[in-house]
Design a protein around this ligand. Sequence first.
Ligand SMILES: *Cc1c(COP(=O)(O)O)cnc(C)c1O
Length: 428
Amino acid sequence: MSELALLGGDPVIDSPLPRYNSIGDAEVAALQSVAESGLLSGFYGSWRDEFFGGPRVRGLEERWAERFGVNHAVAMNSATSGLYAAMGALGIRPGDEVIVPPWSMSATVVCPLLYGGVPVFVDLESETFCLDPDAVANAITPRTKAILAVNLFGHPARLDALRSLAERHDIALIEDNAQAPLAQDGDRYTGTIGDIGIFSLNYHKHIHTGEGGICVTDDEDLARRLQLVRNHGENVVKAIGIEDITNLVGFNFRMTEMAAAVGIEQLKAADLHVRRRQRVAEELSAGVRGLAGLRPPAVRDGCRHVYYMWALSLETDRFGVSRDLFARALRAEGFPVAEGYVQPLYLLPLFQQRNAFGGTDHPIARAETSYSRGTCPVAERLEEKEVLLFQPPIYDIDEHHAKGLVEALRKVHDNIDRLAEAELEEAA
Ligand SMILES: *Cc1c(COP(=O)(O)O)cnc(C)c1O
């Protein structure tokens, strides 16, 4: 048995994994044609035809809505903007509560703050890392306005259960679908099951336009409000006769024609880009199945996981070495994994000090909801001890590399006793 690279042996994979580049000739040609047209953005912030943006922005929206089977798609300059716009469109007011998971990109949990909303953190299911519907049910109060579910790492949250909770309490279900384009629950795409779904097109996602985001909804009124928040709604509400102007003070969240042109090409190839990465993740999962103490990502019956992250869980109690040493050993073999994802987001200084927009006058300063350590024990355990992450979308992995990754995992696993000795020596 060969020596672990961490302890001086040869690594299984001896060169860095190549980066995936989804930008090809079609995208280059699309960008060139926008540049030659001179129309780099088609928006105007007042009531005229250009209020809705240029031809490529509208073209992308039309194709996106068709591809995902929704009535409306509203392009934004990022998913972060889309999340803020969703909170605006819903009419979130000071003191309204929005239920959020503690594990996500920070934009998910800060978006209610802009309108004075109070994020209420609810714990995760340990299997899928998405919101636990039973815990959500216990957290709903008369002040709850929305549930913001994240289809984390590319796997659907329990959207049906969350949907029925939302209906029962007459509140909204919003899906942060930034990590899960083309993920499915049965024959439905994630992002299309809530009242509004938000996709990201930033550089790190499965398909991208550099920066960009798209909100989808079947509701005409919500679509219009999203457009008004996107583009200086204050100038337009009178002309189009909007009665409830709550939160329709607008921003400039507009997508450029360049981004939209790239987005149209990326959407055409989306199945291919997603499937390639999905296949790598599935090979890794098959490779670790049966290794004691290691659990590949769960896929709920009837769901399609698109693996923004491939999350490997360690049964730390039975494993013999710490997750962090296991991760170091894997990295030494050439398998780039990270220990955990992000600290549970209520631990950010903004929640610890309860200081957001307006400093400590913000409603979170007086809110009763907890932001202390211990608020979401499952998320804390996953982050601190259990989960290792590998990000398939950023690498271009062929058969040879995939085999190497599995071999690296097996090699470290086979050498757990050696690693445990080394950990003891390190501690001494
Ligand atoms: C990437 C991401 C975002 C933010 O996307 P941007 O387009 O960069 O603003 C939001 N939520 C989640 C879950 C993400 O992964």
